[in-house]
Design a binder for this molecule. Sequence first.
Ligand SMILES: Cc1cc2nc3c(=O)[nH]c(=O)nc-3n(C[C@H](O)[C@H](O)[C@H](O)COP(=O)(O)OP(=O)(O)OC[C@H]3O[C@@H](n4cnc5c(N)ncnc54)[C@H](O)[C@@H]3O)c2cc1C
Length: 465
Amino acid sequence: MARGKRAVVVGAGAVGIAAARLLARQGAAVTLIDPARAIGGAWRAFEAEPGADVEEQGLRFDRGFRVGESTGDARLDHALFGSLDLEWRRSPGYAREGHVVGGRLSTHARCPDARAFGEAVAARALIEIHGARPDALAVDLAATLRARFGPTLTETLYRPAFHKLFGVDLETLAPEAGRGRIPSRVTLTDHGQTERHLRESSALRARLAHPSSRGLRAPGQATLVPARGPAEGWIRAGLADLARDPSVSVRPGARLASVRRRGASVDAVILDGGELIPTSCLVWTRSAASLLRATHLATATPRLPARDVALVHLVADVEPATDVVRAQLYDEPAQIASAVFYRELRPAASALERRAVTCEVLLDPHAPLDERALSQAALAELCEVGLMPAGARLERAWFERFSGALPIPTVEVGQADQRARLAVGELTNVALLPGGSDAPLRCTLRAADREVSRLLGTSPLSRAA
Ligand SMILES: Cc1cc2nc3c(=O)[nH]c(=O)nc-3n(C[C@H](O)[C@H](O)[C@H](O)COP(=O)(O)OP(=O)(O)OC[C@H]3O[C@@H](n4cnc5c(N)ncnc54)[C@H](O)[C@@H]3O)c2cc1C
């Protein structure tokens, strides 16, 4: 136990709340700070009309986060999920999801891992290539992609992703594929299969340049699904658990201004407004680059290319035509990546929510955006592939944008992050636990267990006797 230790956790999303609970469980006094007034990070529910009587009007949406991921360790799972006043069911992989490829829906397919984004992009690229007629392999792929996705996405997303996986430029990729140097079939509908293809191809393996490619996800990862209600239940139950502990202080609306350093450690954080919180250790759930700025270890951190993700919450005049909970969409228009259907996620949903669908949309950060047109296009695509009844009309739509949510997987991004992590590594009492879309949540939660124990000088829960 670590009685007498004080910890500050920065960022009250899924990772910060989990880290705070682990710290408190090991006996530390914890302050959890977040600049947002409504805490919970990306997993918290979305109020379509802030200020409205949301319960009555039924305008409270969860964002479609499907699951809490099992960490793969029974003790840690128990501490983070099982110890809460919440019922879970275990689901092997992501059951009952569907994939739409080429306009057809398959509900038997398993979900590709969104976090293995570079691989997904490349797998999609292979579909592009192999879906084309053999003579089309000779075409200029760069020109084809530019015509289809526009110059920004082609240059900032596809070109680096292709280069990362194949070590060749767009202009030479199609001829390479034609010579059989790229596997003949990679499917997006089973990430395990995608992964096996990538692993088994020695030509590809040698070319995987980006550090994140080394941790390709094992197939069949178990997931923990709240037995009732949305995934946000985990966040709310975690916050309620923290509220019961008198040595924990949760501070919404608290923005960190800087940290005070003493040699190689941080001994206090300073909030906007000047309040100073002494601490024996710091858990940082944002990026390494943002910690460098706060600790003044480096004044200039590079701007990395990133892609935006938007969630469009649609309400149509009819219910979805399918029982599928979540569908991945890989066809036109290409920006729409997946859709979540609420009637399965929220059994107790109001009539309005049964007609609601959330679409995850990949956005070109530099392109002009017409939210209404994009919402219409999303609904039209759902109708086209049969997920919504033909002729469904859009009644209302709400739009949320996550800027820079998907870092584009280039070698430079990996190297810049590596440099930032090395610099942060100089601080002995700081744990860096960036979650977000860059790391699978289960890996971050396991890292939280290890790091909390390191900071407190105790044994990780996952290794406790
Ligand atoms: C559209 C989308 C869909 C996703 N779908 C899934 C999914 O289905 N399943 C899944 O497991 N993961 C999914 N992810 C990844 C998801 O982001 C993570 O699982 C989870 O949110 C990570 O939690 P976090 O605590 O790292 O980040 P967040 O939940 O983003 O929380 C970060 C917190 O830090 C706070 N913060 C920001 N800046 C500062 C600062 N300077 N100081 C202090 N606090 C700060 C924010 O206010 C926020 O509360 C998705 C991500 C996106 C964008």
